[in-house]
Design a protein around this ligand. Structure first.
Ligand code: FUL
Length: 470
C-alpha cells in the first residue's frame, strides 16, 4: 500500500516536473516571430547557366552580372514590406558570393569587377541602409570543395561560418540546407552538426539557426509556402536528423503538440517556379493574389513567410517580380487597414460576471488578456452596428508558451448565430477568412488549452472579395 502510494506520488511529481518543462521561445525567437515576412535570394552561377543545382565544375567566370545593384534589391524588399533578406552565400555548387579564404571557387576568381567584387559586402551595407535584417544560407553540401566527403571539410565549414559571422554579421538567421549529395570525390559528407551548432552559439548567440529540425527554426515540410492549419511551435527532434532522417513532413508542417523544443515553422517558397532566375519563367511570376493567399497560409497560420525573389542576370530584381510585389503589399495594406474591432466594445464573460475590457481590441501587441479560467470564459467584440465581415484575425501571446488547442469563433447578428468556425491552434497569428457575413458581434470560446491562454488581439476586416475566393 505504502509502495503504491509512493509510486503514485512520484508519478505526480514527475508529471508536474514534465509539465513545467514546457519549452519557451528565446528572446531571439520572439523577435524572429515578429518578422513575419522576409526575402530569400537565390543568386550565383545557376543564374547564368539556367540550372537549379550546379555541378560545382562551372567556370567562376560564368558569374558576371552586368548591373548588379544590391541597393535596388533592398529598396524593393523594403517597399514590399519585407523585414529582412537571406541570401545564398553559397549554394550546392560551392561558389562563394564573397572572396572566402577557404575556397578557390569564389567571386575573386571571376571576371566580375576584375575579381574585386563582393556581393555579401554590398548586400549587408544595403540592408543596413534600408533598415532590413540580414541573413545567410550556407549550403553544407558542396559539389566543388576538394575536401568535401572527408572529415577535413567539417573544419572548412566551421571556418567558413566564422568568416561570414566576423565579416558580414550580425545575422538574424543562418540557414542550413538539408540537402546532402556527393562531392567531387564521389563521397557524401558526414556533417558534424553538433560542432556547427556550438560554433553558432559561441560566435553568433543572437542568430537563429534554421534547418529541417532547427535548433531554432524548422522547415515547414514543403516548398509551397504552406503551414498546417494546426501549427504548434513545439517539435520533438530526438532520434531525427537533418535531410533524409528528418521527421515526417506532416510533423514538420504541424509541429508536435507536446514537443519538447520550441522550434517554429518557416515557410520557404519562390515567387517563381524555380529558386534561381530563369528568363523562361518571366511569365510565371506568382500573381499578387497568389502571394496574398500564401501570406494567409503561412503568416496567417502562425508561421513566417520566407519568399524567394531571385535576381536576374543583370543582377537586378526583375520588373515582373517587383510589380507583383508592390501589388502584394498594396493588397495587404488595403485588406488590413480598417480593423472593425478596433475601439469596439469588448467584454469578458466569466462565471463571476461580465467585465468591460480593452486589451484584446486596442491594437497594441503589448497588452493581452490572460484567461486563467478559460473554460468558463468567453471574449466578446461588439460593434455599434451591423457590419460586413469576411476575416477575423486572432493573436496569441507566446512568451509563456503556445496554449490554445481548440477554440470556437461565433459570429452573431443580434442574438442570432450566423456562423461559427471551429479551429485548433491560434499561435502568433491566425487569420480566418470566410464568405462575407452581416454581423454585430464576435465571440471567442477557448475549449481546450495547455495552460492559461494569452489572447493579444481579436480583429475583424472586410477583405476585397477577389482575395477570399482563392
Ligand atoms: C533546397 C535546395 O536544394 C534548393 O536548391 C533550394 O536552395 C531550397 C531553398 O532548398 O534544399
Amino acid at each position: 500500500m505504502k509502495r503504491i502510494f509512493s509510486v503514485t506520488v512520484l508519478f505526480f511529481f514527475f508529471t508536474i516536473v514534465q509539465a513545467q518543462k514546457q519549452a519557451l521561445p528565446t528572446r531571439q525567437q520572439l523577435a524572429w516571430h515578429d518578422m513575419e515576412y522576409y526575402w530569400f535570394i537565390h543568386f550565383g552561377p545557376n543564374t547564368f547557366t539556367d540550372k537549379e543545382w550546379g555541378h560545382g565544375d562551372e567556370q567562376a567566370d560564368i558569374f558576371n552580372p552586368t548591373e548588379l545593384d544590391c541597393r535596388q534589391w533592398a529598396r524593393i524588399a523594403k517597399q514590399s514590406g519585407a523585414k529582412g533578406i537571406i541570401i545564398t552565400a553559397k549554394h550546392h555548387d560551392g561558389f562563394c558570393l564573397w572572396p572566402s579564404q577557404y575556397s578557390t571557387h569564389t567571386v575573386k576568381q571571376s571576371q566580375w569587377k576584375n575579381g574585386k567584387g563582393d556581393v555579401l559586402r554590398d548586400l549587408s551595407k544595403a540592408c543596413k541602409e534600408y533598415g532590413l535584417k540580414f541573413g545567410v544560407y550556407l549550403s553544407p553540401w558542396d559539389r566543388n570543395h576538394p575536401q568535401y566527403g572527408t572529415p577535413a571539410y567539417n573544419d572548412v565549414y566551421v571556418n567558413t561560418m566564422k568568416e561570414l559571422i566576423t565579416h558580414y554579421g550580425p545575422f538574424f538567421e543562418f540557414w542550413w540546407d538539408g540537402a546532402n549529395g556527393e562531392g567531387p570525390n564521389g563521397k557524401k559528407q558526414e556533417y558534424d552538426f553538433r560542432r556547427f551548432e556550438q560554433t553558432m552559439r559561441r560566435f553568433a548567440p543572437n542568430t537563429v539557426v534554421f534547418s529541417d529540425i532547427g535548433p531554432d527554426i524548422r522547415w515547414v515540410g514543403n516548398e509551397k509556402g504552406i503551414a498546417g492549419e494546426t501549427n504548434w511551435n513545439y517539435l520533438d527532434t530526438a532520434g531525427f536528423k537533418r535531410g533524409e532522417g528528418a521527421p515526417p513532413t506532416d510533423t514538420l508542417n504541424q509541429g508536435n503538440i507536446n514537443g519538447r523544443n520550441w522550434i517554429p515553422a518557416e515557410c520557404d517558397v519562390s515567387i517563381r517556379p524555380g529558386w534561381f532566375y530563369h528568363a523562361e519563367e518571366d511569365d510565371k511570376v506568382k500573381t499578387p493574389q497568389q502571394l496574398f493567399d500564401l501570406y494567409l497560409k503561412s503568416v496567417g497560420r502562425g508561421a513566417n513567410l520566407l519568399l524567394n525573389v531571385p535576381p536576374d542576370r543583370r543582377g537586378l530584381i526583375n520588373e515582373k517580380d517587383s510589380a507583383a510585389l508592390m501589388e502584394f503589399k498594396a493588397l495587404r495594406e488595403e485588406s488590413f487597414a480598417n480593423n472593425l474591432a478596433f475601439g469596439s466594445k469588448a467584454e469578458l464573460h466569466t462565471k463571476g460576471g461580465i467585465f468591460r475590457r480593452t486589451k484584446f481590441t486596442d491594437g497594441d501587441p503589448a497588452s493581452a488578456e490572460t484567461l486563467a479560467d478559460y473554460k468558463n470564459t468567453s471574449l466578446w467584440v461588439k460593434f455599434d452596428s451591423v457590419r460586413k465581415v469576411n476575416c477575423v484575425v486572432l493573436q496569441e501571446g507566446l512568451t509563456n508558451g503556445q496554449k490554445v488547442k481548440s477554440a470556437k469563433l461565433i459570429l452573431l447578428n443580434g442574438i442570432q448565430e450566423v456562423k461559427h468556425i471551429d479551429i485548433t491552434t491560434i499561435g502568433r497569428k491566425r487569420i480566418l477568412v470566410f464568405p462575407v457575413q452581416d454581423i454585430s458581434s464576435i465571440r471567442l470560446l477557448i475549449r481546450d488549452a495547455k495552460g492559461a491562454p494569452v489572447i493579444k488581439e481579436i480583429s475583424a476586416y472586410l477583405l476585397p472579395e477577389e482575395l477570399t475566393a482563392l
